[in-house]
Write a new protein. Structure first.
Length: 194
């Protein structure tokens, strides 16, 4: 308001206000362009706080920016990678990315595919696998599932889907794959799927 009043008064005294307005407009545009990245990060930070696609402690993958969220700041989000490296990602990159949040839900599913001979006894195989994968990583919301995914002349591809707690997923995935391999190897020399 004060700025407008000054321009009007100068115009009354015969000063060319068009050139003053043009210079001030150009200066404003230059400042806006210089701050474009910063303003974009601030706006994205505000959006991330309100939309909450992830929280502190969540393990995320945002178009290759992968890690556990340590802090969501106004300009950038701090993540810790799986090997302990701290990563600062600009909020504008995160807000424009496809975000996979691996820990938002309490449970996840470990899925393993493997080959068995077409002549395998599926009921016996299911019982053996069920015994091998239960117990260490319980998730009361669902039971392990085993089904035939693909069938060809010599083999069947079996899919095992085992629900586990999200916090245990990495460890459970390794242990479950090892137990399935051991169970399948000991029962007629079945082989892992390619």
């Amino acid at each position: 308001m004060l700025f407008v009043t000054i321009i009007i008064v100068l115009g009354q005294f015969g000063v060319q206000t068009a050139s003053i307005l043009a210079v001030l407009g150009a200066a404003g545009l230059a400042v806006a362009l210089a701050l474009q990245g910063t303003l974009s990060n601030i706006a994205a930070g505000i959006m991330l706080v309100f939309l909450r696609p992830f929280n502190v402690g969540d393990y995320i993958d945002a178009d290759g920016i992968v890690g556990t969220v340590v802090e969501v700041g106004l300009f950038a989000t701090q993540l810790r990678t799986i090997d302990g490296v701290y990563l600062f990602a600009p909020n504008s990159k995160l807000s424009n990315a496809k975000i996979l949040n691996y820990t938002r839900e309490q449970s996840r599913v470990v899925e393993v595919k493997f080959n068995v001979p077409r002549t395998a006894n599926l009921d016996e195989l299911r019982r053996t696998l069920d015994q091998q994968v239960r117990g260490d990583f319980p998730d009361s919301s669902a039971q392990p599932e085993f089904w035939v995914d693909t069938l060809n002349d010599a083999n069947m591809v079996i899919v095992a889907r085992v629900p586990v707690q999200s916090r245990d997923w990495w460890e459970a995935r390794s242990i479950i794959q090892e137990r399935i391999r051991n169970a399948v190897d000991s029962a007629n020399g079945f082989t892992p799927a390619a």
